[in-house]
Design a protein around this ligand. Structure first.
Ligand code: SAH
Length: 186
C-alpha cells in the first residue's frame, strides 16, 4: 500500500530524528505533528512549536496535556523569528512545516512564501548533517499557489553540494492535493 502524505512525512522524520534531539514544528496548527515530534524525541528531547494563532496554540496545548507530554515549548510567534529561540550554534535534528490555513478556522490566516522561506533558511542553517526538513505543501486555497511557486523556485535552487531536495506527491489526484518537499543537509 502506498502511504498517504502525512504518514510519509512522519516516516521521513522518524527515520532521521534521534531521541534527545531538539526539533521544530514550524506550524503547530491542531498539534498532531507537535505530538508526534514530542513522542519520537522522547523525554530527553525538546520540541519548539510555533504558531501565530492563539487558537492553534490552545489546541496544541490541550492535545499535549491529554497525552501527558512535557517536552514541548509552545511559541506564539511567527516561524520567521525562529532564530530568536535558538542559540547561535544550536543544532536541530529536524523540522516540519504544514502549510496553508488551520482546518475549520479562518481561511485568511495562511502561511506565506516570504516568511516560510525565511524560516526554512534558518532551519537549514541549524539542521544537523543528514537531518531533514519536511514541508507539507497545501496550495489549493487562496494564496496557496503563490506560496507554492515561490517555495518550489527557492528549493529547486538550493546548492546540490549542500542539500538534497525531494518532491513527493500523487500526480493524478483532483483538487490540488498536498505534496511533500523534503530537504536533507549533506
Ligand atoms: N493545511 C494543513 C494545516 C496547516 S495549519 C491541513 O489541512 O492539515 C497551518 C498553521 O500555520 C495555522 O495554524 C496558521 O496559524 C499557522 N501559521 C501561518 N503563518 C504562520 C507563521 N508565519 N508562523 C507560524 N505559524 C503560522
Amino acid at each position: 500500500m502506498l502511504k498517504g502524505i502525512l504518514n510519509v512525512a512522519h516516516d521521513l522524520l522518524e527515520a532521521s530524528i534521534q531521541k534527545g534531539e531538539t526539533v521544530i514544528d514550524a506550524t503547530c496548527g491542531n498539534g498532531n505533528d507537535t505530538l508526534f515530534l514530542s513522542q519520537i524525541t522522547g523525554k530527553s528531547g525538546h520540541v519548539l512549536a510555533f504558531d501565530i494563532q492563539d487558537q492553534a496554540i490552545k489546541k496544541t496545548k490541550q492535545l499535549l496535556n491529554e497525552n501527558d507530554r512535557s517536552n514541548v515549548t509552545l511559541i506564539h510567534d511567527s516561524h520567521a523569528n525562529i532564530s530568536n529561540y535558538l542559540a547561535a550554534d544550536e543544532q536541530v535534528g529536524g523540522a516540519i512545516f504544514n502549510l496553508g490555513y488551520l482546518p475549520r478556522s479562518d481561511k485568511s490566516i495562511i502561511t506565506k512564501g516570504e516568511s516560510t522561506i525565511t524560516a526554512l533558511n534558518t532551519g537549514l542553517h541549524h539542521l544537523k548533517k543528514d537531518g531533514l526538513i519536511v514541508i507539507v505543501v497545501y496550495h489549493g486555497h487562496d494564496g496557496g499557489k503563490q506560496e507554492k511557486d515561490s517555495l518550489l523556485k527557492h528549493v529547486a535552487h538550493l546548492n546540490q553540494k549542500a542539500y538534497t531536495v525531494l518532491q513527493h506527491g500523487f500526480i493524478n489526484q483532483q483538487n490540488d492535493p498536498p505534496f511533500i518537499l523534503a530537504i536533507q543537509k549533506k
